[in-house]
Design a protein around this ligand. Structure first.
Ligand code: NDP
Length: 304
């Protein structure tokens, strides 16, 4: 985090919880380190967390906490991840925007323009398309509501069974195969865990409907990059919109950059808003002060 971003976070957090003392880690003296009760973190050095023995919990400023989970390990204080309803709205907007981008054949028209080619394609109604969401958590549920509102048919896959109005839901291995085989657009909004790493490999991509498109807004390593490139090269899939990658920023040598059927985004679909995120953290801290309750936190065995 650069100095400007750190200053912005400090301002937002201090404004949201004026009764608390919010201090950057490096400004804490030995005595304060012994007393610090809550760590508010982005991607901290694990030894910084270990230097704070009285922590009741670690509150992430990010929604994805796979790095914290793996680096802090099992002995760490409870990890609370950011669940910010305004981030849900921004993510839902992105899912809808890029789904429309595919529905309205924008990649094909961009190619035609480069080739000076005038060739109208048939219009596809949203009602004629199924959007399959992998992950029906805070972000997946928000995206489902927005897609339904825009007229798309929506299916969703989660670890535990879910009932969401208007959404056909699936669980388990067979459920995943069923969702993949019926979706025109598959949107990944899963967390990265031991169970989801490499989930969308050659076998799973082959289960997708011919000519379907993939949007990955979850985490890069959930999709096997080489298998996705092959599926696109062989024209089994029509297009991929990718906001997340194994390594970020995306390697200059990555074939994704120049692939005609790939849209590369620099991890921008749902940026954290400092003011609303600080309000979410403040509400958790206030609740903890009043009740002693640790806010809902990551289940380390599930990894999210
Ligand atoms: P949640 O924890 O609220 O939801 C996760 C969903 O994934 C749940 O529905 C969960 O199932 C499901 N899931 C998890 N593991 C499995 C599995 N093994 N099999 C099937 N389903 C599974 O997370 P959020 O919705 O808040 O965020 C999701 C991810 O989005 C984050 O972890 C982060 O990686 C990514 N993200 C990306 C951003 C970007 O800008 N690109 C911004 C913010 C987040 P169940 O409901 O049964 O628990």
């Amino acid at each position: 985090m650069d100095a400007e971003e750190e200053a912005s976070w400090l301002d937002a957090l201090r404004l949201a919880m004026p009764a608390e003392t919010v201090t950057p880690f490096r400004a804490l003296g030995d005595e304060a380190r012994q007393r610090a009760e809550i760590a508010i973190v982005a991607n901290p050095d694990p030894s910084d967390i270990a230097a704070l023995p009285k922590l009741a919990f670690v509150h992430s400023l990010w929604a994805g906490v796979e790095r914290l989970v793996s680096e802090l390990g099992p002995g760490a204080p409870p990890i609370v991840r950011l669940v910010d309803p305004s981030m849900g709205r921004v993510m839902a907007e992105a899912v809808l925007a890029w789904t429309h981008y595919l529905q309205r054949d924008m990649p094909a028209y961009a190619r035609q323009q480069r080739e000076h080619r005038w060739a109208p394609l048939p219009y596809r109604k949203p009602e004629s398309m199924i959007v399959g969401l992998l992950g029906l958590g805070a972000l997946g549920a928000a995206a489902a509501a927005r897609l339904l509102d825009a007229g798309f048919r929506v299916a969703g896959w989660s670890r535990s069974p879910k009932a969401l109005p208007g959404v056909e839901t699936f669980t388990g291995d067979e459920g995943l195969a069923a969702l993949l085989s019926k979706s025109d657009v598959v949107v990944c909004l899963l967390p990265l865990t031991a169970a989801t790493r490499d989930l969308l490999d050659a076998r799973r991509l082959a289960e997708m409907k011919p000519d379907a498109a993939l949007i990955n807004f979850g985490r890069g390593p959930i999709v096997v990059a080489a298998d996705l490139i092959r599926a696109l090269d062989e024209e089994k899939l029509s297009h991929a919109v990718l906001d997340v990658f194994d390594k970020e920023p995306l390697d200059q040598a990555s074939p994704f950059w120049a692939h005609p059927n790939v849209t590369v985004l620099p991890h921008i679909t749902a940026p954290t808003d400092h003011a609303t995120a600080a309000a979410v953290v403040a509400s958790s801290v206030r609740d903890f002060r009043l009740t002693g309750r640790i806010p809902g936190h990551v289940d380390l065995t599930r990894g999210y």
